[in-house]
Design a protein around this ligand. Structure first.
Ligand SMILES: *Cc1c(COP(=O)(O)O)cnc(C)c1O
Length: 379
């Protein structure tokens, strides 16, 4: 039997290969590679897609977060509340501007940052909250908006995993003061290389980010602030413009496959739960299983690719060993990191492949029974 890859990127690019080749020709022949028409058009199209006022193309998702923090003036001495369970980029952005990340544990059912836990973590030094829409499911933006407004904090979306997801009918990217997107190739909207964007309704914030990201300059050779170089390439913008019109369809296919997983795995594993008002775009389909490493090995033997998001919480990383000595432990993030398993999912996966993954997973659970989940399922 053929193998089932974790994500089939080749198939995605194949579906739009004609458009990608035309985009390449267009940019090559224009000889305009930096900050020109493709970026400007993509920025308009993506802001429109998010139903937000403005989009600024930047170098990648991490830099999108860094630029938002810098433009808000957040730096040394400030605290930024971040999820204890996220990709390390969310934390790296905070430490890159010299601020201190303060971990907040997730809701156990959705894995997204818990608004009630945020209240307990706020101190007089708190300046902002970064809410990650983890695995493609929007965080509880209404409760988060209420807490952050009440305490005068900025609310920032890390939407790197959730292009197109909705909360209470509104797209991520338009749910907070500013949002960071990544177009890393495996994201729901992915370039053929690195790319990122900031989306916001705050026009002066956007102008400040444009200035910082382009050498701190609004006008050529006039450098008012010590900026950096973080720009979306014309070529990547042109490629993204080929894929943006397909994003809703591709997310829709993910949603259908995720429902198929849920129907077949009900009772056998801890399934992802979608919160009220949230519409997930299933960047990842993540289940919780005891004996996770043994189950992953069995699936690998059956030719099925899985991944773990994430095996080491940021606070347990070597990068934050020093910080961890001054932080309370994060038991929920620790427990999740031992049990989470991401199953294959993407817009070019078939229903038959989902069925094969489910059969192999159920067989692996049986093989490694003694596990809580299997006992529960057979009660
Ligand atoms: C991918 C990702 C990022 C970083 O994006 P890059 O473009 O790789 O820098 C940030 N946050 C989250 C949650 C991500 O998944």
């Amino acid at each position: 039997m053929t193998e089932i890859p974790f994500l089939d990127l080749a198939a995605a690019n194949q579906e739009v290969s004609g458009a990608l080749e035309a985009a390449f020709q267009r940019v090559m022949q224009s000889s305009q590679f930096i900050l020109d028409g493709e970026v400007a058009s993509f920025e308009q199209e993506f802001a429109g897609y998010c139903n937000s006022k403005v989009c600024v193309g930047v170098g990648n998702g991490l830099e999108a977060l860094v630029l938002i923090l810098r433009a808000f003036g957040i730096g040394p001495g400030d605290e930024v509340l971040v999820p204890s369970n996220t990709f390390i980029a969310t934390w790296l952005a905070v430490t890159q501007v010299g601020a201190t990340p303060v971990p907040v544990e997730p809701e156990p059912s959705t894995y997204n940052i818990d608004p009630a836990a945020i209240k307990r973590a706020i101190t007089p030094r708190s300046k902002a909250v970064i809410a990650v829409h983890l695995y493609g499911q929007p965080a509880q933006m209404e409760a988060l908006g209420a807490v952050t407004r009440h305490h005068g904090l900025r609310l920032i979306e890390d939407a790197a995993q959730a292009h197109g997801a909705r909360y209470a009918g509104r797209r991520v990217g338009a749910l907070a003061d500013a949002a960071a997107f990544s177009f890393y190739p495996s994201k729901n909207l992915g370039a053929l290389g690195d790319g990122g964007a900031v989306v916001t309704d705050d026009l002066s914030l956007a102008a400040e980010i444009r200035r910082i990201a382009n050498y701190g300059s609004r006008e050529k050779y006039v450098h008012d602030v010590a900026g950096c170089n973080s720009r979306l390439d014309e070529l990547q913008a042109a490629f993204l413009r080929c894929k943006l019109p397909l994003l809703d369809e591709w997310n829709g296919r993910r949603q259908v496959l995720a429902q198929r997983y849920i129907r077949q795995l009900e009772g056998a594993v801890v399934l992802p739960r979608v919160a009220p008002h949230a519409e997930a775009v299933w960047h990842l389909f993540v289940v919780r299983v005891p004996n996770r490493d043994a189950i992953a090995a069995s699936l690998k033997n059956a030719g099925i690719g899985t991944q773990i998001h994430y095996p080491v919480p940021p606070l347990r990383s070597g990068a934050y060993a020093e910080l961890a000595r001054h932080m309370p432990p994060c038991p929920v993030a620790d427990e999740l990191s031992n049990e989470l398993l991401s199953l294959p999912l993407g817009p070019h996966m078939t229903a038959t492949q989902v069925d094969r993954v489910c059969d192999a997973l159920l067989a692996a659970l049986h093989e490694h029974s003694g596990s809580r989940a299997v006992r529960k399922a057979t009660l």
